[in-house]
Ligand binder design. Structure first.
Ligand SMILES: [Zn+2]
Ligand SMILES: [Zn+2]
Length: 282
């Protein structure tokens, strides 16, 4: 995360109950940002035109995912070794120390765990570690996101020219975790944001991000108090909601999902169902 620290601190001061998640994010960001690993070269996205037209997420391509997963496995090892040496939760720290020792003996373990995380499988490697499968999935996606980071804006630019408009991520195939309204030459446009690989893509503004309902009488907006720039876009058809960032410029924190978990609590208390993908368990 490249978030300006002052923005993060201001957000936490206003939402102190998010401090633990914020501290964890800060640790992971410092580990990932300190990496000296060279970036992998961006693919020629035009070579994937047929996949994009057919609605096939790019990561299904074996050549591409091999490159991504290999780079991600290096970031995964870095994260595990970083957390093993950080002043974080003791169960997590000792679990990461144990896992890092195993990775040092067999680097292929990191690659397998990243692949398992990406496939949404749990514990398919048969390697006994005391780090929970949810945490491994989380670290795996952070590593994939970091591997992806250097080319994300070129991919997002390419997507502007595609007619993707689907309710799942064009890169990794997961459902969106959040939405954003962005000013474009055609007025305000809705984008969906992937909580796993953090790709953003254009979507139909007046449609539910999950069931594709576009009956305006069944769509609603909830603007919780004291949450400027964030609102809940509600679909009465499937009783779901998506958190929407209505401004621009602070995407790293505002689209990070964890920074607005309090809105998921408000939504749940209103009887709404979270269908957005989340790497955070409430
Ligand atoms: Zn994605
Ligand atoms: Zn819906």
């Amino acid at each position: 995360m490249t978030t300006d620290v002052s923005v993060l601190d201001k957000w936490i001061a206003a939402h102190p109950y998010l401090k633990e998640a914020a501290d964890f994010e800060k640790i992971m960001s410092s580990v990932l940002d300190s990496s000296m690993l060279p970036d992998i070269e961006a693919p020629d996205w035009d070579a994937y035109t047929s996949e994009l037209s057919a609605g096939v997420p790019l990561l299904r391509n074996d050549q591409l995912n091999e490159r991504v997963f290999e780079q991600a496995s290096r970031f995964f090892s870095l994260l595990v070794s970083g957390l093993a040496n950080m002043n974080c939760n003791e169960v997590l720290r000792s679990g990461c120390a144990e896992l890092y020792e195993k990775i040092q003996h067999n680097p292929g373990i990191a690659l397998n765990l990243v692949k398992e995380a990406a496939a949404g499988r749990e514990d398919g490697t048969g390697i006994p570690v005391s780090v929970s499968s949810g945490t491994i999935r989380f670290l795996g996606w952070r590593a994939i996101e970091r591997a992806n980071r250097s080319w994300r804006s070129s991919l997002e630019n390419r997507l502007l020219d595609s007619d993707w408009n689907r309710a799942y991520c064009p890169f990794c195939g997961n459902p969106p975790s959040m939405a954003q309204l962005i000013h474009t030459s055609n007025g305000r446009q809705k984008f969906l944001s992937c909580g796993c690989c953090r790709t953003r893509w254009k979507y139909l503004r007046m449609s539910c991000a999950f069931c594709e309902n576009h009956d305006q009488n069944r769509l609603d907006i909830l603007e919780p108090e004291n949450n400027e720039d964030l609102r809940l876009d509600i679909c009465r058809q499937c009783n779901s909601y998506i958190k929407t960032y209505t401004n621009e410029g602070e995407e790293d924190i505002m689209l990070a999902d964890w920074s607005s978990l309090h809105l998921d609590v408000i939504a749940s208390e209103s009887g709404l169902h979270r269908r957005a993908h989340s790497l955070y368990e409430l």
